[in-house]
Design a protein around this ligand. Structure first.
Ligand SMILES: C[S@@+](CC[C@H](N)C(=O)[O-])C[C@H]1O[C@@H](n2cnc3c(N)ncnc32)[C@H](O)[C@@H]1O
Length: 352
């Protein structure tokens, strides 16, 4: 099978896939994402949601579809931040893993359950005051609002390919050999638009071919009547990714540590890649590209940290939970803005 087929099974198969069984984002999980650093990230995303809601003319119905919601931490922080769009907000957590969807109900007032297709349809078109939250494996079309994905695209199945500089491509397939699973090189075809992007990388170097990510983006844009698609991830150009020594872009994680070879013990570790921004751009050029640092500064991280500092100073002699939470913004901001880490992630926005 292709590596993309293998990866899809290793991460998402209902009985053995990493995300269907043991895999989790979070401090006690396998890797730390921005929402899992603490509630500050969600408070800042809430500000971006408000900005979009106002830009759309404060519609009565404002739908946010968060893809790859994991355990639902970002939604909880957004609810906690009480954004101005809350009365109009219908927030759908689209998560492929049923196991992770069972975690969404925790600490989320206004959660309406794990919905099937008709349920999703009425959720995004229903009446009544928000905020309302729900979960599903299915995402709707025809919405006004925001499609959001934090660290989803690096987890969508990809192939591993190289070119010879003359328009010929090879990929790594996965075979069952004498000593277990092994890579085998096979000739392959690549669509013209992606072939042009891949050819910008040095010939002979292995690189990810991210067809699932580009298909996700095409569908995400199609889902919106009006609004914005926002994807946040570690990203680079295909040429930059291919240039990483020893395929350093192909990473595995388990229990906050780097894991072993991706073909060892399928289902026991996360498999990820840097996201190739120029491959996504074959679907549509982003309207805005910033680093996470630039994005968070623009939506007011300094102001929220200063506010937290003041609340802490006023309550330091007898701190309550709110004061402790306010103080923790300082450390959270450092982590979210850190260079060569979360601060250097890319935030890609496609306005529809
Ligand atoms: C790296 S985790 C990120 C979780 C969360 N967004 C965060 O930032 O902490 C990626 C999540 O995407 C989910 N996922 C993968 N493919 C998906 C798809 N096509 N639709 C919805 N969820 C998906 C996985 O099950 C996993 O929970």
């Amino acid at each position: 099978m292709s590596f993309a087929q293998y990866m899809d099974i290793a991460l998402y198969d209902e009985s053995l896939g990493f995300y269907a069984t043991i895999g989790r984002a979070g401090r006690r999980g396998d890797f730390l994402t921005s929402p899992e650093v603490g509630p500050l990230f969600g408070a800042l995303i809430a500000r971006r949601l408000d900005e979009e809601w106002f830009a759309l003319g404060s519609p009565d119905m404002f739908v946010v579809v968060e893809f790859g919601a994991g355990p639902g931490t970002l939604a909880r922080s957004i609810a906690f931040a009480k954004p101005e769009c809350a009365p109009a907000l219908r927030y759908l957590m689209v998560e492929r893993s049923a196991e992770q969807r069972t975690l969404h109900a925790e600490h989320l007032d206004g959660w309406l359950g794990d919905l099937d297709a008709p349920g999703v349809d009425s959720f995004v078109r229903g009446v009544g005051t928000g905020p309302r939250f729900a979960s599903s494996s299915i995402a709707p079309y025809g919405i006004t609002g925001v499609v959001l994905a934090n660290e989803l695209l690096d987890n969508l199945a990809f192939d591993i390919v190289r070119h010879d500089g003359e328009g010929n491509f090879e990929r790594l397939d996965v075979h069952h050999g004498q000593d277990g699973l092994e890579f085998v090189v096979a000739p392959t075809e690549v669509s013209a638009s992606l072939a042009a992007v891949l050819s910008s990388a040095t010939s002979g170097e292995w690189m990810p071919l991210q067809e699932h990510a580009t298909q996700w983006l095409a569908a995400a844009i199609d889902r919106l009547d009006r609004g914005v698609v926002i994807a946040i991830d570690y990203g680079a150009t295909t040429a930059e990714i291919a240039a990483r020594p020893e395929m350093g872009w192909l990473r595995t994680f388990v229990g906050q540590e780097r894991g072993g070879h991706p073909l060892d013990n399928p289902g026991t570790c996360d498999i990820t890649t840097d996201v190739a921004v120029d491959q996504l751009a074959t679907i549509a050029r982003p309207s805005v590209i910033t680093t996470q640092r630039q994005f968070l500064e623009r939506v007011g991280i300094a102001q929220l940290v200063e506010e937290g500092r003041q609340i802490w100073t006023e309550n330091a002699s007898a701190p309550d939970v709110a004061a402790l939470r306010a103080r923790s913004r300082i450390g959270e901001a450092e982590a979210l803005l850190e260079s060569s880490s979360l601060g250097d992630f890319v935030v890609l926005e496609w306005t529809v």
